[in-house]
Design a protein around this ligand. Structure first.
Ligand code: NAI
Length: 249
């Protein structure tokens, strides 16, 4: 990478041990950031930190606000938050148990609140910072059999807009990326891309992606890096589709 957009900056990434979070950690580190790799899978987080020599790892479950505050308070500085931790449950409301509903909302929406709750006072005190949250194409439009996930991701998008409005005058920018289907363990191990129905993922790609192929984590990381960088200095409150044309329909 010949650009150093994050030289001297510290970027905290949740869900950074896999998929889009890990690709973001690699991208931001390649552009000069010191990366704080947070994931509930502490072993995988440490493995990635060892690979990127400017990184530190923390075992962190984003549903745990106290632990999130502890990690952030222990850092000397933070300039960027990428909130990538997420889980998926695929089903209708009657087929989504109250426990599954709570889990999705806890991780995918409250986890974003917890992470932002931890960094925002720092960003306000230091007069700036950039937040990038991750929604989904199906945070913007509905999708069958994904009720809890659709609800949580729509919440992430409007939470991001609310933070942008509340903290613009503090020098804080908050933006969101909304990916289409991306080739990660979340999809490969889930109902959509799982081995029990190998045709389901291609059917979704055919139905939704104008570009006719699945996306790669690095393609989402490139958009995240842009929104987190000074190249996006006049952009806040935006939800950027990274979805191969899904929501253009
Ligand atoms: P992934 O499963 O590859 O990575 C998610 C990471 O989050 C894992 O390392 C996991 O250990 C971590 N994680 C899960 N729950 C956590 C918790 N409570 N606390 C801390 N870490 C936790 O998934 P992927 O695909 O990289 O997803 C990243 C984000 O992108 C998620 O928010 C997901 O909803 C979103 N997304 C993914 C899409 C896809 O097609 N893969 C499409 C649209 C959005």
């Amino acid at each position: 990478m010949d650009t150093e957009r994050f030289a001297g900056k510290v970027a905290l990434i949740t869900g950074a041990a896999s998929g889009i979070g890990a690709a973001s950690a690699r991208r931001l580190a390649a552009e000069g950031a010191q990366v704080i790799i947070c994931d509930r899978n502490g072993t995988a987080a440490q493995q990635l930190a060892d690979e990127l020599n400017t990184a530190r790892a923390f075992e962190l479950d984003v549903t745990d606000l106290e632990r999130t505050l502890e990690v952030v308070d222990g850092l000397e500085r933070v300039d960027v938050l990428v909130s990538a931790a997420g889980v998926d449950v695929c089903d209708t409301v009657p087929n989504t148990s109250p426990e599954e509903w709570r889990t999705i909302l806890d991780v995918d929406l409250t986890g974003v609140y917890n992470s932002c709750r931890a960094v925002l006072p720092r960003f306000v005190a230091q007069g700036g910072g950039a937040i990038v949250t991750i929604s989904s194409a199906i945070g913007t439009v509905g999708e069958r059999n994904r009720s809890a996930y659709c609800a949580a991701k729509a919440g992430v998008e409007n939470l991001t807009r609310a933070m942008a409005l509340d903290h613009g005058r503090d020098g804080v920018r908050a933006n969101c990326v909304a990916p289409g289907l991306i080739d990660t363990p979340l999809i490969r191990n889930g109902k959509v891309g799982g081995e029990d129905d190998p045709g389901a993922m291609q059917a979704m790609v055919d139905r939704h992606h104008a570009l006719g192929r699945i996306g790669q984590p690095s393609e989402v990381a490139a958009a995240i890096a842009f929104l987190a960088s000074d190249d996006a200095s006049f952009i806040t409150g935006a939800v950027l589709p990274v979805d191969a044309g899904w929501t253009a329909q």
